[in-house]
Ligand binder design. Structure first.
Ligand code: GRF
Length: 200
């Protein structure tokens, strides 16, 4: 059985979808840890209800990113984590975690990257008046939403779409896509475009 850790900062609806996929057997994995940098985040309650251990921290209690990432790295190593799943974790991953877990950290982002990276991707898409936006799952590198793309799914932006309505559509896609991609990665069934190119 493969072990995963989920990192979240907020409501954790994607974390909830991952827990459900595990419970119903669609995703064969053990969620060993929730890492959360916001002590009041609803994601923590979801973890407690599901019996998932948590590591909750405040970045300001540490001298720098290196120190809290060293603690996180020790926990991930102790729990034999195979894949780190960022799900609404609002911090850039630093060199400490990137070095130890290279190629094992993924993120989900609410746009068709490389379009609209960074914060408020849904607001950015609406402001740009696009007819289509979507969801991207990608590997994490040192940049902001710049790592190799693993999977994408488009979402139509309708006439009169609001931030709330588009967010709802995007969340519906995310909640199916993310558990499915995690499952394929853990089974070794999916490769990124860059991995495919280097093999061919
Ligand atoms: C998701 O839309 C995800 O794409 C982005 O942050 C949001 C997190 O939502 N990275 P939730 O906390 O999983 O509900």
């Amino acid at each position: 059985m493969k072990n995963i850790a989920v990192f979240a900062s907020g409501s954790g609806s994607n974390f909830g979808a991952i827990l459900e996929a595990v419970q119903c057997g669609e995703l064969v994995a053990k969620v060993q840890l929730l890492v959360c940098d916001q002590p009041s985040a609803y994601a923590i309650q979801r973890a407690e209800e599901a019996g998932v251990p948590t590591f909750v921290f405040r970045a300001k209690d540490y001298p720098s990113k290196t120190e809290y990432e060293q603690e996180i790295c020790a926990l991930l190593t102790e729990k034999n984590i195979d894949l780190v799943v960022l799900a609404g974790y609002m911090r850039l991953i630093g060199p400490t975690l990137l070095t130890d877990f290279e190629g094992k950290i993924i993120n989900i982002h609410p746009s068709m990257l490389p379009a609209f990276p960074g914060k408020d991707a849904i607001g950015q898409a609406l402001a740009a008046n696009v007819k289509e936006s979507g969801v991207t799952v990608h590997y994490v590198d040192a940049g902001m939403d710049t790592g190799p793309i693993i999977a994408q799914q488009a979402v139509v932006v309708d006439e009169g779409e609001t931030k709330e309505s588009l967010q709802k559509k995007i969340h519906e896609v995310e909640h199916k896509l993310y558990p499915a991609v995690i499952s394929e990665l853990l089974k070794g069934e999916r490769r990124t475009e860059s991995e495919k190119t280097s093999i061919n």
